[in-house]
Write a new protein. Structure first.
Length: 234
């Protein structure tokens, strides 16, 4: 029944590709046994490999060179390099990186709107006016944030915070500049998904609890399933 319910969910939301659905369907039909290689039934998985990195984290983003920057459970900020993980100064609760390499974090010091906001200058974190609980960065290096009231704001090139309509629990900006949010409305899978059209948020099928975008958005739903957007720009 689980696979059938997931299949129905994916048919209702064809823009999101679920990687676990096919295997669940095979198992439910009795065709996938313990110990079987998934590639026996799904040839496209024949050469798939999963790399497991050492360490742990609670928030993650990736710079233009493909190096992950993370915030761990203790609030420490680390980035991966050729020699392994390097700890950076300061503490954070969220991190965002723009396509131009600009790195911003939400700190741990309370401020109106949530916690302090900081920008990496190559050596240390510069304090920027404002407060938020979630952050991501657009291709030009401007942060988009969600504060503790659910308000959505973006920082203009002039350094001013501009509030956008709506409310959210999370925000991400793709490398093409398209912004996405998880709203406050409870739906199947978590919270409603919305994409910025330039003047308002347009609802997208599906629901999730975490969203992050590079070239395309990736979504985690309330059942910890991972989905990738394949619906194009509509």
């Amino acid at each position: 029944m689980i696979a059938r319910e997931l299949r129905n969910l994916e048919l209702r939301n064809p823009e999101w590709n679920g990687t676990a659905l096919a295997a669940l369907m095979l198992a439910e039909e009795g065709r996938l046994q313990m110990g079987d290689a998934v590639s026996k039934y799904l040839p496209e998985f024949a050469n798939q490999k999963v790399a497991v990195e050492e360490g742990g984290a609670v928030r993650l983003d990736v710079d233009p060179q493909g190096n992950p920057w993370v915030v761990n459970g203790a609030g420490q900020i680390l980035r991966a390099g050729a020699s392994g993980w390097q700890q950076l100064p300061g503490l954070a609760s969220d991190i965002g990186i723009g396509a131009n390499g600009s790195v911003w974090v939400i700190g741990v010091t309370p401020a109106p709107g949530g916690f302090t906001i900081h920008r990496w200058n190559g050596r240390e974190w510069d304090l920027v006016p404002g407060g938020a609980v979630r952050i991501d960065v657009d291709p030009r290096g401007n942060p988009w944030v969600v504060n503790d009231a659910g308000n959505i704001l973006r920082r203009t090139p002039a350094g001013q915070w501009q509030q956008l309509p709506g409310s959210a629990t999370d925000v991400t900006v793709a490398s093409d500049g398209t912004a996405w949010i998880l709203g406050n409305n409870r739906v199947a899978g978590g919270y409603s998904i919305h994409r910025w059209s330039g003047d308002r948020w347009r609802r997208v099928n599906g629901g999730g609890v975490a969203i992050s975008a590079g070239a395309t958005p990736w979504l985690i739903n309330a059942d910890s399933q991972i989905f990738r957007w394949s619906g194009g720009r509509r």
